[in-house]
Ligand binder design. Structure first.
Ligand code: XUL
Ligand code: CO
Length: 441
């Protein structure tokens, strides 16, 4: 039964590139076969609950701009009734869009109660409600997560808090969220260290805080195995915001952290485009590095404004950027448990219900175009051919002997003199390669 929130809008369909219907897919045909796989199974789109249904449109200079029937009225508190109304509209939107997945934090889906036990009961109750909706609509859970950053108890961090009671509270919260994620068949569990960092070193012991964070993550991994959760545990790197410095700065930093605590085979990364940019990298850099280190998991597909310098969480709309990103995803073998989560929010002036739909439709179309361009580049060996050629010298027996540790520094030096080794510089052909990419996008 329709909630009426979106008026009489019909489920959004693929109408092809010539359609001028603002609420139709032009490039995302879920059934289109790309490299032997359906487009829906390549992209594995997910809508996030928090930005689309919980965020009121505020910024540091002003509060709520959106009016939603499930928001508490001024002066009255949030209720489970409203939470269920929100869920009705959320699942209606997932169905209208035809996305296979959604994602949520505990705080997005139920109002917090006065005690931990009551908050947990509310989460369980909403999970029951979700379970029915998921059965009715066929929408699945890409990942669940805990909000360990909004409540004031977490202002100095969750796992990295100087107060062990906060650590314990956060651990209990993650346990509850993992239980619910498992129950709902979630394919991953995400940890974003929203306030796992510091504002000033004057009150911070970094070594101690990293050890706390390592212990916390080990507890999570142990618990995952104990309850038989088959999903992937993912860390979402971000360099700063809300804290001045966050410990999960970027993919390289997270990998170092995982290695230090012996978790590099247990935990992968959820890479967000905007976070990559905040860290001074490109999205494709972070994706390529995660793949090279064997920790690529999933993506949050939302960009920042390139001028503002903070995390604006906008829907993607740049096809060449998407093509390079999905090129890396395809090189990594595509998603297994991961997917494309839109951790993206409307601009605060986009008030209308159909703005929510249009934003997702445009983002999905942009990703579909990018992925298809990436697949064509891959199938044509447009970039991999020149790349192979660039490293071809390493296929020789002597080069392989050096690489595998069979030659000492002295032996290498001896050969350089004896064989008069005299390397000839070769062009990196960057512009030619950039021109090739532009042929595909
Ligand atoms: C914040 C962010 C989070 C995580 C989930 O920048 O990206 O929404 O994706 O906690
Ligand atoms: Co994110």
């Amino acid at each position: 039964m329709s909630t009426g929130f979106f008026g009489d809008i019909k489920p959004i369909r693929f109408e092809g590139p010539d359609s001028d219907n603002p609420l139709a897919y032009r490039h995302y045909d879920p059934d289109e076969m790309v490299m032997g796989k359906r487009l829906e199974d390549h992209l594995r789109f997910a809508v996030c609950y928090w930005h689309s249904f919980t965020w009121p449109g505020g910024d540091p200079f002003g509060g709520q701009t959106f009016e939603r029937p499930w928001f508490p009225k001024a002066g009255s508190g949030d209720t489970m009734e409203l939470a269920k109304r929100k869920a009705d509209v959320a699942f209606e939107m997932f169905s209208l869009l035809g996305v296979p997945f959604f994602t949520f934090h505990d705080a997005d889906v139920r109002p917090e109660a006065d005690t931990f036990a009551e908050s947990r009961k509310r989460l369980d109750e909403i999970a029951d409600y979700f379970q029915k909706k998921m059965e009715e609509t066929g929408v699945r859970l890409l990942w669940g997560t805990a909000n360990l950053f909004s409540h004031r108890r977490y202002m100095a961090g969750a796992a990295t808090n100087p107060d062990p009671d906060v650590f314990a509270h956060a651990a209990a919260t993650v346990k509850a969220c993992m239980d619910v994620t498992k129950r709902l068949g979630g394919e991953n569990y995400v940890l974003w260290g929203g306030r796992e960092g510091y504002e000033t070193l004057l009150n911070t012991d970094i070594g101690r805080e990293l050890d706390q964070m390592g212990r916390f993550l080990s507890l999570v991994v142990d618990y995952k195995h104990r309850i038989g959760f088959k999903g992937t545990i993912l860390i979402e790197p971000k360099p700063q915001e809300p804290t001045k410095h966050q410990y999960d700065y970027d993919v390289a930093t997270v990998y170092g952290f995982l290695r230090r605590y012996g978790l590099e085979n247990e935990v992968k990364v959820n890479i967000e485009q905007g976070h990559a940019v905040l860290a001074g990298h490109s999205f494709e850099h972070e994706l390529a590095l995660a793949n090279a280190l064997g920790i690529f998991g999933s993506i949050d597909m939302n960009r920042n404004d390139y001028q503002s310098g903070w995390d604006t969480d906008q829907f993607p709309n740049n096809v060449p950027e998407m093509a390079l990103a999905y090129y890396q995803v395809l090189l990594a073998g595509g998603f297994s448990t991961g997917g494309t989560n839109f951790d993206a929010k409307l601009r605060r002036q986009s008030l209308d219900p159909d703005d929510l739909l249009a934003a997702h439709v445009g983002g999905m179309d942009c990703c579909a175009r990018g992925l298809k361009a990436a697949a064509r580049m891959l199938e044509d060996k447009a970039l991999s051919g020149p790349l192979e050629e660039r490293y071809a010298g390493w296929n020789s027996r002597e080069a392989q002997a050096m690489l595998s540790g069979k030659r000492s520094l002295e032996e290498i030096a001896e050969r350089v003199e004896k064989e008069k080794v005299d390397p000839r510089p070769r062009s990196g052909r960057q512009e030619k390669l950039e021109n090739i990419v532009n042929r595909y996008v």
